[in-house]
Design a protein around this ligand. Structure first.
Ligand code: SAH
Length: 246
């Protein structure tokens, strides 16, 4: 009996202890996210000449503040999850720098009724940020293990309005088109015509364009109500290449 009580006591200590540690960690992550928001705000001010403004949409910053980036990086990167830096996610790919995620999301000018397409799911972090802000997100990943992991992760974290699939995002997702906004998180040599075709009149697309060894430019592409397209260079960026058979 005594030994039984000992084991029960030990179990109690382990469970309560683990619980307390987990709670502390969540609070700690939330605090780190608040610091991250400050760092992004600083970067936005530092790049105001490119952006033509000194702050991003507060809703976007709030989405950054509530989204658990540490859940989207490999275990060994967790302690770096709230640095304002891209991080490796395996298969030669990266989760984008939070400042860039915030900026691209801001450029889309989205609202809560929007349906958005993302090309390049990667970790699923950008899709999760969009999921907080809009009605529905469709996201496509070409690297199978990354795509599968992202689907499982987004489901586990409860992002029910995000649908992810494997495939070549160059061709978009015609079944769900047209989209209010499109974000491409890998750089190609040009704007894929199928994506332009799947953008709604009045819609916006944020996309990096440029070769692997060239300076890439983040472009904001706007299609007006009459279907005319204008393009503006926002800021030089560095993204992994848009691959696929096109
Ligand atoms: N948005 C991601 C960033 C991932 S990096 C995140 O938040 O983590 C860009 C991703 O685009 C990589 O995972 C890469 O495999 C993917 N990619 C590259 N070319 C693609 C294509 N043609 N179609 C779909 N995904 C592509």
């Amino acid at each position: 009996m005594a030994i039984m009580r000992f084991w029960l006591a030990l179990l109690f200590v382990l469970l309560v202890g683990a619980d307390a540690a987990a709670a502390a960690t969540e609070a700690d992550y939330a605090a780190r996210r608040r610091v991250l928001v400050k760092m992004i705000e600083q970067d936005v001010r530092a790049t105001r000449r490119y952006l033509g403004k000194t702050e991003l949409d507060p809703r976007v910053m709030e989405a950054i503040a509530v989204t658990p980036r540490h859940e989207f990086v490999p275990p060994q990167q967790k302690r770096r999850a709230y640095l304002n830096r891209p991080l490796p996610i395996g298969h030669g790919q990266t989760i984008s720098q939070p400042y860039i995620v915030a900026l691209m999301t801001d450029l889309l000018g989205i609202d809560e009724d929007d349906v958005v397409l993302e090309v390049g799911t990667g970790s699923g972090y950008q899709a999760a940020i969009l999921g907080v802000l809009v009605k529905r997100v469709y996201t496509i990943e070409i690297v199978e293990p990354l795509g599968r992991a992202a689907v499982a992760r987004l489901a586990r974290l409860g992002y029910d309005n995000v649908e992810a699939r494997l495939g070549d995002g160059y061709y978009g997702w015609p079944e769900h088109a047209p989209f209010d906004a499109i974000v491409v998180t890998a750089a190609g040599s040009h704007i894929p015509p199928p994506l332009l075709a799947q953008l709604k009149p009045g819609g916006r697309m944020a996309i990096p364009v440029g070769g692997r060894f060239q300076t890439q430019q983040l472009l904001l592409v706007e299609k007006d109500a009459a279907g005319a397209v204008t393009t503006r260079q926002v800021i030089p960026v560095k993204f992994v290449p848009l691959t696929g058979g096109h």
